[in-house]
Design a protein around this ligand. Structure first.
Ligand code: ATP
Ligand code: MG
Ligand code: FE
Length: 351
């Protein structure tokens, strides 16, 4: 029967229902950004309470939209990490309760595996995306190059040594007085500015390996803002800063992804995932890199870049099909849960 999936690891409450072949029967995402806006960042306690108050109605809506009752479900899946513990407890607890009441298995899903496997959603790419592929995971909490050898088989080739790329977008947005999440606002502003106006650094570009660093870039932007005359930042200057910052990020990502592709020459595709993968300038530049390497760039539709439950449901189905899904009724939420700790990954690789 169909699978119901829940995502609640951060500030999106999301529910989806997928048919066993991956066809999407219902999907809902409720973003809480307005709840957190007055505080300038996600407040874990507010997030957990919001998930708790929205989940029952979202699940009812999804079931009604799919024309199902809980008795029709074949399984229930929920994100059990990594993420904010309060939200994970709410989503996993709700999912386990539903599964128990329906007498169905509960599948515990790793949020990052959801982002990692989104590219293989049926219908996204004609013929699908085959293993192994290079995953560039670009989100609010993560920034990694991952070799995806199969379902459950992930090798971290490199990652950030300080901030995640989405975090850098959010911090620069704050400096420019833009609302959170910062990425979309920076992208819009950057389109109006001169990317050569500010010579921001390209941290680690040209170095061997595929690690990332964004704290120095963020500091350079803070210094540029601090050097401006006191008062509100003129719109044209803010646009130039946004454009120059985004150009530095693009250059760094292309350089690092190029290095990572050298480390995985057998890659069938370059796959970009996570909220930052919604950025059109980043997509265009990575498309150019992939074309030069004669492989495909696979970037999910915008609604599947940020957090959603379709990716959680799809990861659960991939696990079921691969024979890797265990009953997760006794699996506890884990705030930290690296991709490389999943079953099938080489055990000697650290997260
Ligand atoms: P993680 O998946 O690592 O646990 P998360 O779930 O918070 O973190 P996502 O929801 O996948 O991350 O992505 C959110 C991030 O994406 C935010 O930092 C946001 O600013 C960034 N982002 C969203 N849209 C864009 C865009 N158009 N350009 C750049 N960044 C963007
Ligand atoms: Mg989010
Ligand atoms: Fe995410």
């Amino acid at each position: 029967g169909p699978l119901l999936a829940i995502e609640s690891s951060c500030d999106e409450t999301a529910v989806a229902i997928l048919a066993p072949d991956g066809r999407i029967m219902a999907e809902h995402v409720l973003s809480q950004f307005a709840d957190h806006a007055p505080f300038g960042g996600v407040v874990p306690e507010i997030a957990a309470r919001a998930h708790l108050s929205h989940l029952p109605a979202l699940v009812s809506h999804a079931l009604a939209e799919a024309g199902l009752t809980t008795a029709d479900l074949g399984a229930v899946a929920a994100t059990t990490g990594p993420g904010l513990i309060g939200g994970l407890l709410v989503g996993a607890g709700f999912g386990k309760g539903l599964a128990l009441a329906a007498g169905r298995p509960f599948i515990a899903v790793n949020h990052l595996e959801g982002h990692a496997l989104t590219a293989r959603l049926p219908g996204l790419v004609p013929g699908g995306v085959a293993f192994p592929y290079l995953l560039l995971l670009l989100s609010g909490g993560h920034c990694q190059c991952v070799a995806v050898d199969g379902v459950g088989r992930y090798r971290r080739l490199g990652g950030t040594i300080d901030d995640a790329v989405g975090e850098a977008f959010d911090k620069v947005a704050k400096l420019l007085g833009l609302p959170l999440p910062g990425g979309p606002g920076i992208e819009r502003l950057a389109a109006l500015g001169d990317a050569k106006a500010f010579p921001f650094p390209r941290p680690l570009a040209g170095r061997a390996g595929c690690d990332f660093s964004f704290s120095g870039l963020k500091t350079a932007v803070a210094q540029a803002v601090g050097a401006l005359p006191v008062g509100a930042i003129p719109h044209a200057t803010a646009a130039d800063i946004a454009a120059s910052f985004q150009a530095a990020v693009v250059d760094v990502l292309v350089d690092r992804a190029g290095q990572a592709l050298k480390m995985l020459p057998q890659a069938t595709a370059l796959v970009v995932a996570g909220g930052v993968a919604a950025n059109q300038a980043i997509r265009a530049a990575l498309h150019g890199l992939a074309a030069r390497q004669r492989i495909a760039l696979v970037a999910p539709p915008l609604r599947y870049c940020g957090d959603n439950a379709v990716m959680i449901g799809w990861a659960a189905l991939e696990r079921l099909h691969a024979g890797l899904a265990q009953d997760g009724h006794d699996q506890r939420p884990q705030p930290r849960w690296p991709l490389t700790a999943l079953s099938g990954s080489p055990e000697n690789v650290s997260g």
